[in-house]
Each structure stands twice: as structure tokens, then as C-alpha cells.
Design a protein around this ligand. Structure first.
Ligand SMILES: [Zn+2]
Length: 415
């Protein structure tokens, strides 16, 4: 695979710093003029002109004629300003979401819009090396099928499960996969020759929302994801917050029931994950269905078709089945308590729910939000907005791609 390049990749440090400052501006505004760029970056007009000329020559930035006309139509004095914007399809990135037994791969453009995506399953008990080989094959195929130019591919971002050492690119511990110290970045870079960056998959989702989704402009954002496991990712002032040992956001393992709780994959008892996760809800729903074999829940679980058990549970709840609604409400309360704890620690302005929590948000969100507001300290819960992610299933791949876009293109420091 040929080496990806983009304007400025071998520029001097000062130039790279200036370029970063300019590209950052295009993340914050859909279109800007050279004058605005100079104002916002404190760079000289000459420097801006040189950088923009280069970006125009590479096709990365284009003149936005309609915006220029609209803007100058309102202006009566001074020279006309040319509105500039990123040409989203000038470069591409690949995002890989590693879930529990599921892989999603997407090729995206500079706005993190998906050009091509693919999904595959893997055996949860498989050795990490085999799963990484499968990912490499999927990435190569996705790139080939997306018909993009290889020299315009800026890199690969991977959202992995569990603890990830971002600096080292190592998946330190993924309890639901049984992975320990898997050198994901080095492995993928060796196989694919692409600049690669790896982070926790939910932290990646938070970054994707902060840069390209409904989290834009939020100072402190938490993304809370529930599927096989439960985790959170934080973005503070546009930067992912990882904590001192890459463990920030492991809310799935906050202990909710200290004595007598169920055993968790992490080895402890009574973790949040043992109360509200997909396998737990399915297990509890099956128990309820056995008690009422002719009820709506039992019928939904028995039905033919490809719907996953959790979708059948939501279907029974949508039919108004009281026992299913009772189960979801009961478990949503624990989510609400976890959110209240999170609010007390992080004081976020926005909490986005993803995975199963977004899929069944009509059941989880109102209860969890109410409990969060009741339980959070003083008025901390009052102004927090709680919303389902608008990216739906795309949150994982958009987040993973955002890791690559922020590091290799927009060059956010520490991103
Ligand atoms: Zn646990």
C-alpha cells in the first residue's frame, strides 16, 4: 500500500504548527475567509495566504462561491472576502470499531461522512491475532471497494474494547474478549502500512460526536454506551479525556450492589454491567417469559426472524407488555444512578447515550434522566442534556475514523 500524504506532512515544525491552526478552524466553522483565519489564528495575512494557496493547490480547501456571494451581498465596504471551505472528499480515513464479536469498518471523508462500510462477526474466544488478521483483510477490502485514491488516505483509526494505552497503541485489557496487552497499532501498521491510532471504542465515539456530531460546541461531553459491556468516554474542551492510566470512563465496573451482586466479567461482583447490559436483559427477559409463556414477551422472543433478542424485547415493550416495561424501567434506574455519579464527578453539559441505550432510548432515557436529576448533587443534574446519539450504529466507526482524522489530518494536539 502506498504511503499516504497530505499537504504539510513533511513541512517544518513552524509550518506544521501553523497548518494545524488553520485546519482546526475548518472543524469549527463550515466556511471561513482568509481575514477570519488570520484573526482567529493570530497568524499574519501573508502566512495565511501561503498556507491557503498550498491547500487550494492540493484540492484540500476550495472556494465556496455561494457563501462568498451571500456574504459579499451584505457587505457595503471593504474588499470582497472569499469564503473558503474544506473539500470533504479531498482525503479519506478508515475507522474500525471492535465490538464484542462484531467488527465494523468504514471509509469516511474529511467530514466523517461514510463513503463505504462493512460489518463482520468474529468468535469472541478467538485469539487476538486472528481477529486482527480479519480486520486487516476487511480494511483492505473496504478501501478497494470504496474506489478512493490510496495516496489520499490519511490513516486508520481503531476503537478497541476495554482499556487502551493510547500512547503505546496497545489494547491493555478487554475482559469481554479475554485480550491482554495486544499491540494493535504496531500490528496493523505492519500489515497495512497506514498511519494508525488506537483508543477505547467509547472514547472514540465521544470524540466523533464532539468533532462531527451533536457534541459540537459542548465543553464537557460524556458518551455512555451499553451493549455487551457498559462504558463511557469523555471529551473535555474538544480533547478526549483519558485519565492517568487510560481508564477514564469505565463506569460499567462501578459497583452498584456491593454484597450479593452477580459476578462480572472483570472478576468483581455487582458491577453496573451485571445489572444493565444486553446479555443481562436477555437473561432476565427469558426468565420473565418462562413465567408467562403466553405473554407478549414470550411470543416476541419465540418469533421467527432475524431480529436479535434485545430487539424482540424492545418490540414487546413497544406493544405495551407490562412485565417487559417493568424490567426495562427497573434496570434504567441503575443507569440513572450511574449517570448521577458521573454527573457528580465530571459535571458534563451533555450526555449522549449509544448502543442499546440509544436503540431503546424511549424506555431507558426518561427513567435514567429523571433518576439522574434526582440523585445528582444539588443542582448539578438540572442543566445536563441527555440525548441518544444521532449516529446510531455508525457511532463506533465514525468515532474510530475521528481518531484518525483528528490525529493525522486536523492534527488536534493530544487528540
Ligand atoms: Zn465489572
Amino acid at each position: 500500500m502506498s504511503k499516504p500524504t497530505f499537504a504539510g506532512s513533511n513541512a517544518s515544525l513552524v509550518r506544521a504548527h501553523n497548518l494545524r491552526a488553520v485546519l482546526n478552524q475548518f472543524l469549527d466553522a463550515s466556511s471561513v475567509s482568509r481575514v477570519q483565519l488570520a484573526e482567529r489564528t493570530s497568524l499574519s495575512n501573508t502566512t495565511i495566504t501561503h498556507l491557503i494557496d498550498d491547500l487550494l493547490a492540493h484540492g484540500i480547501v476550495v472556494e465556496d462561491e455561494s457563501e462568498t456571494a451571500r456574504h459579499n451581498g451584505h457587505r457595503r465596504v471593504g474588499r470582497p472576502r472569499t469564503a473558503l471551505r474544506i473539500n470533504p472528499n479531498a482525503r479519506h480515513a478508515v475507522g474500525v470499531h471492535i465490538g464484542i464479536g462484531i467488527l465494523r469498518v468504514a471509509v469516511v471523508n474529511l467530514h466523517a461522512e461514510i463513503i463505504h462500510n462493512t460489518i463482520a462477526e468474529f468468535d469472541v474466544g478467538a485469539p487476538a491475532a486472528r481477529v486482527l488478521s480479519q480486520i486487516a483483510v476487511l480494511v483492505k477490502r473496504a478501501i478497494a471497494n470504496s474506489n478512493i485514491q490510496l495516496d489520499r488516505l490519511i490513516g486508520l483509526g481503531i476503537g478497541a474494547s476495554g482499556l487502551v494505552d493510547y500512547e503505546a497503541g496497545v489494547n491493555v485489557f478487554a475482559p469481554n474478549l479475554g485480550w491482554r496487552d495486544v499491540p494493535v497499532r504496531a500490528w496493523m501498521h505492519d500489515r497495512l502500512g497506514l498511519p494508525t491510532t488506537v483508543d477505547n471504542n467509547v472514547r472514540a465515539m465521544a470524540l466523533g460526536e464532539a468533532l462531527f456530531g451533536s457534541g459540537r460546541g459542548a465543553g464537557v461531553l460524556a458518551f455512555v454506551y451499553g451493549r455487551i459491556g457498559v462504558g463511557a468516554g469523555f471529551v473535555v474542551n474538544g480533547r478526549p479525556f483519558r485519565g492517568s492510566g487510560a481508564g477514564a470512563g469505565e463506569i460499567g465496573h462501578t459497583v452498584m450492589i456491593p454484597d450479593g451482586g452477580d459476578r462480572c466479567m472483570c472478576g468483581r461482583r455487582g458491577c453496573l454491567e451485571t445489572l444493565i447490559s444486553e446479555p443481562v436483559l436477555v437473561r432476565e427477559a427469558e426468565r420473565l417469559a418462562r413465567r408467562r409463556p403466553r405473554g407478549a414477551l414470550a411470543r416476541a422472543l419465540r418469533q421467527d426472524g432475524r431480529a436479535k433478542p434485545i430487539e424482540r424485547i424492545f418490540a414487546a415493550a413497544r406493544e405495551g407488555d407490562a412485565s417487559t416495561l417493568g424490567l426495562l424501567e427497573d434496570r434504567a434506574r441503575y443507569l440513572g444512578i450511574a449517570l448521577a455519579n458521573l454527573v457528580n464527578v465530571l459535571n458534563p453539559e451533555l450526555i449522549l447515550l449509544g448502543g442499546m441505550f440509544a436503540q431503546g432510548s424511549e424506555f431507558f432515557l426518561p427513567v435514567a434522566e429523571r433518576v439522574m436529576r434526582e440523585q445528582a448533587f444539588a443542582s448539578l443534574g438540572d442543566r445536563v442534556r441527555v440525548r441518544p446519539t444521532q449516529f446510531g450504529w455508525r457511532a463506533g466507526v465514525i468515532g474510530a475514523a475521528a481518531l484518525a482524522l483528528s490525529k493525522f489530518f486536523y492534527q488536534l494536539e493530544d487528540a
